[in-house]
Ligand binder design. Structure first.
Ligand code: PHE
Length: 463
């Protein structure tokens, strides 16, 4: 059944680097600090950690095992393992890939300009941007298209080069650099006075302060941040060799993703808490914290801010790039496996289609009226970019994730699961980890996801 010529990760940590690269992205550095802030910290963080363990970890295991068992991309993988209809999971994943790439590249593009501004400020002194400058910037259609194009082009280049020379070689450099920069920044902010407030805010749960929608928001975010529910981990798992432990890899990726998210909060909150009067005015907008509040504070309040700032935006750009790489790879691997294209054809066609979607997103931030104003999902979700974000995070990923739990928990032959995970004691009895996995994937995860989907139907937004 195995394909002799299918690429495999060359090094033992190839999978971990690539999968962590996919998981760590704008979800960790932009979205998580914002939603944690607006859900008042502590209790939300705790619930998020619980969802990561109860839902994120088992689905991560399930996706990797589907990929590793079949050595195929999501559509043919599901066709091999289940009755015909299940391949819908794979198709939905590819569609989700287009949807997420189609707006993620636009936001990722902002890191390029933030970086350039920071470099200029570092060398020639900080000049506060005029009021409304950010709105003007995102409303500049051609510039937004250009930035998204640069990001898409970088992604395309990596995928063009393939699994080993592209994804593995890139993440091998990006991930250690990213972790290094992150740890450096955490150490730097530890010297700031806002440190104590940050720890209290993050790690001192007070359930009275958790908004009622916080639990569901935490569950929804777990999917997005761990890149679950659209076949990324099936695809990356399909390049994993037989000798590797799925459990160990899944635990590492989940741990590293969570670690980065928490570090991002520590860095940003400490900076915010250290500047008098800023904490009260931060909550305003989603983009605000990372792209408006932070650059300003880095230059006005923080010792060595002129060194930290450009480094920080490189970090965000790298994290976003290793995520867009995985999104494009899901699409490209399907085109290769299912439509029998070469990698180069698949890369060009896949990224061109995704870029067309990006153009609409790029023009939906004020540049073109109809793209910016129409609204499927009601107030606050106007425009193509917000609509796509809402569609992916609230519908497509949770539905994809639910189907995976049902498939692996209830449909797939138990023997296949046992063989792939190999979690047995010498006397043949299942290990505790296995029993836990089985319980989570059959019961806890699907029930929690259903709760999210029902909440979405009743009108709660997770994007
Ligand atoms: N996990 C990525 C992030 O946190 C986003 C992503 C979602 C990437 C789904 C791939 C698939 O930014």
């Amino acid at each position: 059944m195995e394909q002799a010529n299918r690429a495999q990760w060359r090094s033992k940590i190839g999978f971990i680097l690539a999968a962590t690269g996919s998981a760590v992205g704008l979800g960790n550095l932009w979205k998580f600090p914002y939603i944690t802030w607006h859900n008042n910290g502590g209790a939300f963080v705790l619930i998020y950690l619980v969802s990561v363990v109860l839902i994120g970890w088992p689905i991560m295991m399930a996706e990797i095992l589907i990929g590793r068992k079949t050595h195929e991309s999501p559509v043919p993988a599901m066709e091999k393992l289940g009755p015909k209809g299940w391949s819908i999971v794979g198709w939905l994943g590819v569609l989700t890939g287009f949807v997420i790439l189609g707006y993620y590249t636009v936001i990722a593009g902002w890191t390029i300009t933030s970086f350039i501004s920071c470099i200029q400020w570092s060398f020639s002194g900080y000049t506060p941007p005029a009021d409304g400058a950010f709105g003007e910037f995102i409303g500049n259609g051609p510039l937004q298209i250009l930035l998204a194009f640069i990001f898409m082009a970088a992604t395309t280049l990596v995928i063009w080069k393939g699994i080993n020379k592209g994804i593995e070689a890139t993440t091998r450099i990006l991930m250690p650099v990213l972790l290094g920069i992150l740890i450096y920044l955490v150490i730097m902010v530890m010297f700031l006075p806002g440190r104590a407030d940050t720890f209290k805010f993050l790690f001192n749960p007070n359930f009275g302060e958790l908004p009622s929608t916080g639990i569901l928001e935490a569950v929804g975010h777990a999917f997005f941040t761990l890149s679950l529910g659209m076949g990324v981990m099936i695809t990356y798992g399909s390049y994993m060799g037989r000798g590797e432990s799925i459990t160990r890899n899944a635990v590492m990726v989940v741990f590293l993703d969570t670690f980065v998210a928490i570090c991002a909060c520590i860095i940003m909150y400490t900076i915010i808490f250290s500047a008098p009067g800023v904490a009260e005015s931060v909550s305003g907008s989603t983009v605000g914290m990372l792209f408006i509040t932070l650059p300003d504070l880095l230059y006005t309040e923080i010792p060595f801010g002129h060194i930290i700032a450009p480094i920080f935006y490189i970090l965000v750009a790298f994290a976003a790039l290793s995520s867009t790489i995985s999104l494009l790879e899901v699409i490209v691997s399907l085109f290769i496996d299912k439509l029998k294209m070469t990698r180069h054809q698949a890369t060009i066609i896949g990224s061109s289609f995704a870029f067309i979607v990006s153009i609409f997103s790029a023009l939906s931030l004020g540049a073109v009226g109809i793209f910016s104003k129409f609204s499927f999902f009601g107030e606050g979700k106007e425009g193509v970019l917000s609509t796509l974000d809402h569609l992916a995070a609230n519908w497509m990923l949770p539905v994809g994730g639910l189907l995976i739990t049902l498939f692996v928990g209830w449909k797939l032959d138990k023997k296949i699961v046992e063989e792939e995970l190999g979690l047995f004691n010498e006397d043949g009895s299942p290990k505790f980890t296995y029993q836990m996995f089985r319980f989570f994937i059959r019961f806890t995860a699907p029930i929690a996801i259903l709760a999210v989907i029902i909440a979405v139907i009743l009108g709660k937004d997770f994007s």
